[in-house]
Design a binder for this molecule. Structure first.
Ligand code: NDP
Ligand SMILES: C[C@H](CCC(=O)NCCS(=O)(=O)O)[C@H]1CC[C@H]2[C@@H]3C(=O)C[C@@H]4C[C@H](O)CC[C@]4(C)[C@H]3CC[C@]12C
Length: 294
């Protein structure tokens, strides 16, 4: 009898582990035929996400302001095997444009499976200069346009049981120097999307929300802005892009990339904030610092 109990317990544990980890298995073919919007896809992490999705055989609609760059990314996506690839150019400081992007996806694809919100507006890497108008303008691009696109896409995502993927930053979870306006907008994303996720659970809305907490990545804009000042090495944008897509498709609450550079500071944040503060400040070489526009 005792042996039977042990056997039942072990079987239970085995099944629990098996089914829990089965939900974590990702195959690129899972994205085949999926209809995806990627914002901020003319360069950096967004561009790399478009290439991964193309290789996986998705239908892709990309957006940013610079039409010439978008055309090149679309051509490369087609070459890599996208089921279809399209672009729409415009600025996310115009919330009407943010809605138009979603409507274009509806017209092109007849629905939507994944909304990847990744774009950021221009800011500066430097001490806060007191310009609150800039904070407001940046909130419009980095936060309000994300909320606007989410509202517009929700009816389609409800039908497809789809995914909302929000690209944030360590700077959206932990206060860091030299990025006050940017960090403000990323914290706003956490408030909005983490609350919305809870409401979706209460309302039984089967649309996942994945908030991506990203550390320093080797995109041209980031390298140009912070190299010389930030001591830690930048992580590869290609791998970062893939981890974001995987986490979004697997309906994770949050993605941490690189894991050690995001999870460890986050663990310290609530339990040892002074230690974290000292460690983070050691990361900055202020002898090389000059204010830069990003
Ligand atoms: N790189 C890093 O170290 C880190 C990045 N992240 C996050 O990753 C995401 C991507 O960053 P990264 O790839 O480095 O950034 P990039 O600067 O390479 O890309 C930004 C994208 O946003 C677009 N964009 C800029 N302004 C606007 C606008 N007004 N309206 C619409 N689109 C606009 C740009 O295209 P265009 O200029 O043509 O409009 C470009 O496609 C961001 O959300 C960022 O916060 C998070 C942590 C670290
Ligand atoms: C340097 C920041 C990371 C600091 C940190 O958390 N270190 C702890 C890791 S450790 O435990 O291993 O020491 C960078 C984190 C986020 C970066 C910023 C960002 O989010 C993107 C911006 C957008 C733009 O492309 C320019 C660069 C950014 C301001 C970028 C700068 C570096 C970070 C602050």
């Amino acid at each position: 009898m005792a042996l039977l109990k042990v056997l039942v317990a072990f079987t239970g544990i085995f099944l629990a582990v098996y089914f829990y980890s089965a939900g974590d298995v990702f195959e690129p073919a899972m994205l085949k035929g999926k209809r995806v919007i990627v914002t901020g896809a003319s360069s950096g992490i967004g561009e790399q996400m478009a290439y991964h999705l193309a290789k996986m055989g998705s239908h892709i609609l990309i957006t940013a302001r610079t039409e010439e760059k978008l055309k090149k990314v679309v051509a490369q996506c087609t070459h890599l095997g996208a089921a279809s690839a399209h672009y729409i150019a415009g600025s996310m400081d115009n919330l009407t444009f943010a809605k138009q992007v979603v409507h274009k996806a509806e017209n092109l694809f007849g629905g939507l499976d994944m909304l990847i919100l990744n774009h950021i507006g221009h800011t500066y890497f430097g001490y806060f200069d007191g310009n609150v108008d800039h904070v407001r303008d940046l909130l419009k691009i980095n936060f309000l346009s994300y909320a606007t696109m989410t509202v517009a896409a929700l009816p389609m995502l409800k039908i497809s049981n789809g995914n909302i993927v929000v690209v944030s930053s360590v700077a959206g979870k932990i206060g860091l120097p030299l990025t006050v306006p940017y960090s403000t907008t990323k914290f706003a994303l956490d408030g909005f999307f983490s609350s919305l996720r809870m409401e979706f659970i209460q309302q039984k809305t089967n649309v996942s929300i994945t908030l991506c907490i990203i550390s320093y990545i080797d995109t041209d804009s980031a390298l140009k802005t912070v190299s010389g000042v930030i001591q830690q090495p930048a992580a590869p944008k290609e791998e970062c892009a893939l981890e974001i897509i995987k986490g979004g498709f697997l309906r994770k609450r949050e993605v941490y990339y690189q894991y050690h550079a995001t999870k460890i500071p986050l663990l310290l944040r609530d339990w040892a904030p002074e230690i974290l503060q000292s460690l983070l400040l050691m990361n900055y070489n202020m002898d090389n610092f000059q204010r830069k526009e990003v």
